[in-house]
Design a protein around this ligand. Sequence first.
Ligand code: FAD
Length: 450
Amino acid sequence: MAEIQVIGAGLAGSEAAWQLAQRGHRVQLFEMRPGTLTPAHQTGRAAEMVCSNSFKSDDPNSATGILKAEMRRMDSLILRCAEATRVPAGNSLAVDRDAFSEAVTAALTAHPHISIRAAVVAEPDLSKPTLVATGPLTADPLAEWLARVTGSERLHFYDAIAPIVERDSIAMDIAWKAARYDKGGADFINCPLNQDDYNRFLDALLAAEMAPLHDFDTPYFEACLPIEVMAQRGRETLRHGPMKPIGLDDPRTGRWPYAVVQLRQDTLAGDHFNLVGFQTRMKWGAQKEVLRLIPGLEQAEFVRFGSIHRNTYVLAPKVLDATLAVKGVPNLWIAGQLSGVEGYLESAAGGLASARFLDETLRTGSARSFPRETMLGALLHYLANASLKDFGPTNAMIGLLPELPEGEVDTRTAKRAGGRAGVKAAKGAAHRARALAALETHIALEGHPA
Ligand SMILES: Cc1cc2nc3c(=O)[nH]c(=O)nc-3n(C[C@H](O)[C@H](O)[C@H](O)COP(=O)(O)OP(=O)(O)OC[C@H]3O[C@@H](n4cnc5c(N)ncnc54)[C@H](O)[C@@H]3O)c2cc1C
């Protein structure tokens, strides 16, 4: 079997290395941490989660639920380790980030076909099959090399991370535990704000001192905006975004508060909670002051402050085909966030897919793309075929899947039974059934020439 280089032991590279090794290939896995850290990573462990600790919704019929089912079917290491280290988080799959990355590191280290090399790779040797999975914070020399060999400019934008506080420092006589509309367990801590609290908080946020940005032309990614940017867009924006109170009855009043800040458990021991959607570029001192204006967080002790970092990805529709191979450059594949997907789960899924593409190419001379009816196939199809003009990283979304055939879902019956949510669930279930059937067919043909 071939010797393959995988560069980057993040969510994508770890999954890819393990999948390739399971298929009998010898893998050299290059990782620059802990010797050289990125601005967001803090450890030398594989698959470190740099911000939230969530792999998103576990609802089986949601886009991420379907993607998880596909990954599970293909024996994803990342998903297995996530499920083994999960912490309560309503109907999402959230993990103890340390236990999770320790489990991934242990699996990689123990695998007889994987050797982990500590190095900052600047120019990979393309005489060997090479997968680059160096993520949104790819070290500069490699990013420059990639721009050169792909003949493309790099794109940057800013991504933000949310603060984490100690559980014991949250005033639970003010905050309460519940999930929105009581869906899943009562796993979130909710801090209620009345109108005065909200206005005071907003005024302080808008006046707070911000850390400097270095690349002035770099835009933010719309799905991960810092709270201060949202606040600048209008006084109601946060109340309709991360501070929305709907479905959260305050037990002290029996009503939804004017606004709510939600915190989600971050470690298995339950002693750290992150502020959901509260990415921020405020200076650390300002974060302490402003966030302590939130009722219940007056005495909050911060384990980690929020911050903003650059994100890097290739212009996938120009650079990649639907099997993540770099067009016109033999032996080179790109996976994970660098390929233009967004999120831990999507990056791990991309890593998994890239390993199968590499393996199939090495065995049969070419690789088949995943069926578009699968969530993974739809995501990769989007990368290869999106409009170049407004291309931006994408999450798994039902909207990426091809329409269901007419009459596939009895919308009238579903609506009668469950209203709009009922129709959504029925459509999700139909998409899931179709995706998993298509995946089975795809897997059954493995080993056959494309
Ligand atoms: C600040 C920030 C916050 C984020 N918050 C979230 C979030 O809350 N939820 C979410 O789902 N996603 C979030 N993301 C996106 C998240 O990073 C990715 O979804 C995911 O980690 C990407 O996986 P990856 O494997 O592509 O990259 P990574 O997990 O970043 O792994 C890349 C690895 O490559 C290594 N590396 C880089 N350059 C080199 C080199 N030249 N040589 C050797 N090794 C190298 C890095 O050290 C790293 O270990 C965030 C990203 C950033 C930057």
